[in-house]
Design a binder for this molecule. Structure first.
Ligand code: GLN
Length: 483
């Protein structure tokens, strides 16, 4: 049995049916990590012993005919900004190189409670600030599709780990596209849930009004499966939504349904503003083909307008950095993490600890963000950005009165070479279509348009708040269309 090629669904079924033990599953993935991770560098920390002992516990339960959880025997990678009490949580930073949290994040508790196996913590841009997983203190992650290319970011480790078959599932975090964009670049699936659907308790905050925890899998069904296991109200997160959510698992029977059964009559909006932006020609070609797929499989596809789309990037930069600057204040050499060895007074302790503990990207954003929210400038920048954010949200509210999903490319450009230093404007442009989703609190899914081709290109399917079921159905249909 080729274990590392199995889907998460299949793994659980085979473990429960005693066709394979959870230990055999974990051993196979650990062997794969051993084989490829020296090059890919998807992981910062690997918990070999912990994963094997979790596997043994599950095997024991099964031998004793006890019921096991919905994630039984499935190895899962966790982005290293989601806290775990048994493993360090570094956020890809020297600042937290040896930080051990006193508690597990709610999503980690949920995974453990359902017998998922945490195999390690994945690499990321420092404090989730970046688009290429090249600002990590622990080195650059490579794109398994082509190791010369960046994997996208900031959850590049989680995307690469799934793409390289080091784990079937992983968790990432998404503040402005950090789930969907690396999924697109690595050729895997990711779902960024609606704001408030998945608890942020235990996610180290970058920008509290934008942050979400999302999932990666090889296909939509696997990703939906993990999303279902981690969703739901949590009183420990004040922004968590206290409302029943639909179960996102698509049953095994749906495997045989035709794409048109899933999307027939679905109303699909295509924002005309996309074509006013600079798109890589391959991205444009794949996007146009995707739109045709939806049309020819019974969806009702129409052009729509999101007039404020063009302001998303600037709005995102002001809000995310403004919030990030205040979140970073807690890393002061006293409360958490790194402390400078030599200092003469309290000011020096702060300054030296932060100067030595943070990398350049984080420092740049603290400076920028502090400027945007300072009392002299906040009216002109932060407050104005909040107003534009409302306009963007209103555009979507209007669109979702008439449409079930909205399609965009996930990113306007292709993954680029690791040694290429992109100019700032080009860098922020990568997120033009993904930051929108976070600003409006929506859900989105990125699904590969060209499986098997050399450079992956993702399609972003955006859904209204708490309408994950629409993007999942559309994603499954699209996967079948392109296979
Ligand atoms: N790439 C975006 C940024 O650098 C988004 C990051 C994220 O979603 N965490 O801000």
């Amino acid at each position: 049995m080729d274990i590392i090629n199995l889907s998460a669904w299949e793994i659980r079924e085979k473990v429960v049916n005693r066709e394979v033990t959870a230990r055999e599953i974990v051993e196979a993935f650990l062997a794969r990590i051993e084989e490829v991770d020296n090059e890919i560098k998807a992981f910062i920390t690997i918990d070999k012993d912990g994963a094997l002992s979790q596997a043994d516990e599950i095997d024991k339960k099964i031998q004793n005919n006890k019921t096991v959880g919905s994630l039984a025997g499935i190895p899962i990678g966790i982005k290293d900004n989601i806290v775990t009490k048994d493993l360090r949580t570094t956020c890809g930073s020297k600042m937290l190189e040896n930080y051990i949290s006193p508690f597990d994040a709610t999503v980690v508790e949920k995974i453990k409670a359902q017998d998922g196996i945490i195999i390690g913590k994945t690499n990321m841009d420092e404090f989730a600030m970046g688009t290429s997983t090249d600002t990590s203190y622990f080195g650059v992650t490579k794109n398994p599709a082509n190791p010369k290319l960046i994997p996208g970011g900031s959850s590049g480790g989680s995307a690469a780990a799934v793409a390289a078959m080091e784990v079937p599932l992983s968790l990432g975090s998404d503040t402005g596209g950090s789930n969907t964009q690396p999924a697109s670049f690595c050729g895997v699936v990711s779902i960024k849930p609606s704001f408030g659907l998945v608890s942020r308790n235990g996610l180290v905050s970058v920008a509290n009004t934008l942050d979400t925890i999302g999932v990666f899998g090889k296909d939509v069904k696997d990703a939906a499966f993990l999303l279902n296991s981690i969703s739901g109200f949590d009183k420990k997160d004040p922004t968590s939504i206290n409302k029943e959510h639909e179960t996102f698992i698509i049953s095994n029977d749906s495997d045989n349904s035709n794409p048109d059964e899933l999307i027939k009559g679905m109303r699909v909006g295509i924002p005309r503003e996309i074509y006013q932006m600079e798109l890589d020609s391959k991205v444009r070609e794949k996007f146009e083909k995707a739109v045709e797929f939806f049309k020819s499989n019974g969806a009702i596809v129409e052009e729509i307008s999101l007039p404020n789309l063009k302001y998303a990037t600037e709005t995102y930069i002001i809000i995310s950095n403004g919030e990030a600057a205040s979140n970073m204040a807690r890393f002061d050499g006293l409360r958490y993490g790194y402390r400078a060895k030599e200092y003469d007074n309290l000011d020096e302790l702060y300054i030296k600890s932060r100067t030595e503990g943070f990398g350049n990207e984080v420092k740049t954003r603290i400076i920028l963000g502090t400027y945007f929210v300072s009392s002299a400038n906040s009216k002109e920048y932060y407050n104005k950005a909040l107003r534009v954010r409302t306009l963007i949200k209103n555009d979507f509210d209007k669109a979702f009165e008439d449409y079930d999903i909205i399609l965009t490319p996930t990113a306007p450009i292709l993954p680029f070479e690791a040694n290429k230093k992109l100019p700032f404007e080009e860098k922020v442009r990568i997120n033009a279509f993904t930051t929108l989703v976070n600003l409006a609190g929506l859900c989105a899914l990125s699904v590969p348009t060209n499986p098997g081709e050399e450079i992956p290109v993702g399609l972003q399917i955006i859904g209204d708040r708490l309408k994950e079921i629409n993007i999942i159905k559309a994603g499954i249909a699209f996967e079948r269309m392109v296979k």
